[in-house]
Design a protein around this ligand. Structure first.
Ligand SMILES: [Zn+2]
Length: 243
């Protein structure tokens, strides 16, 4: 046991050294361009250099097409060569892992259009925050959307744990801990259905958490370079509504 712990420590140190050495070998400007991998000529506007409101309009128009069952026709093969060179997503979407909530489809967008991070309950954690920071800083994403959805099993589980003292296996209790505050607020303020209220409250809390996440997201949001919005997807109708 002791031995394997030491091995782990040695491996960790080696990895740390290698990554530091790799970073040290790159000039500061090279770090950005290596991560961004943008082949467009210097000074040329990126295709996704649009206002956050414009990105939101395009997404909501896409959702209207999806909800009306009139999505755009897509030729997935035609853009492959261009996509192999770069990506220019117009928004980062933090959505639930629920199989009924695929952001590209419900916003009627194609590969390369949305930078999607998904986790049960659409909560912000450090790894997801790092992914969103990458999307903003290196891909030039102008908009972040936290997308909750109706009938969310993760939020429902948090309600059951709080109300019925249900116990959950594995690492699920950690996720429930993150969701609990939204349920407690929803219980205090709810007018209608508790699950619906908690889902909307959780979205609002995650939006607030992102807006106050230093250093990258907070700086870009405070400087009005990006917008961060919250929405809920209604599975039964296919419609997305802002919260
Ligand atoms: Zn869910």
């Amino acid at each position: 046991m002791e031995e394997s712990r030491e091995d782990g420590h040695a491996m960790h140190s080696r990895r740390e050294f290698l990554s530091l050495a790799t970073i040290a070998a790159l000039a500061p400007s090279a770090i950005g361009s290596a991560l961004a991998a943008d082949p467009s000529p210097p000074g040329a506007p990126r295709p996704n250099a649009i206002a956050p409101g414009e990105a939101l309009s395009r997404m909501m128009a896409g959702n209207a097409r999806y909800a009306a069952n009139t999505p755009n026709e897509r030729d997935y093969s035609s853009g492959r060569a261009a996509r192999a060179q770069a990506q220019y997503p117009i928004a980062a979407v933090l959505s639930c892992a629920d199989s009924r909530v695929p952001p590209e489809i419900i916003f009627d967008h194609g590969p390369g259009d949305l930078f999607v991070v998904r986790v049960a309950g659409n909560v912000v954690n450090r790894d997801l925050l790092a992914s969103i920071e990458y999307g903003l800083e290196f891909l030039g994403v102008p908009l972040v959307m936290v997308l909750g959805h109706s009938r969310c099993g993760a939020v429902d589980a948090a309600i059951k744990v709080l109300r019925k003292k249900a116990t959950l296996p594995g690492h699920l209790p950690e996720l429930i801990r993150t969701l609990k505050p939204a349920v407690i607020v929803a219980e205090r303020t709810q007018r209608g259905d508790l699950l619906e209220s908690a889902i909307a409250e959780n979205v609002r809390r995650q939006v607030a958490a992102l807006r106050n996440s230093p250093p990258v997201v907070e700086r870009l949001y405070a400087g009005r370079k990006i917008d961060i919005v919250g929405a809920v997807y209604e599975i039964a109708t296919g419609k997305v509504a802002m919260v």
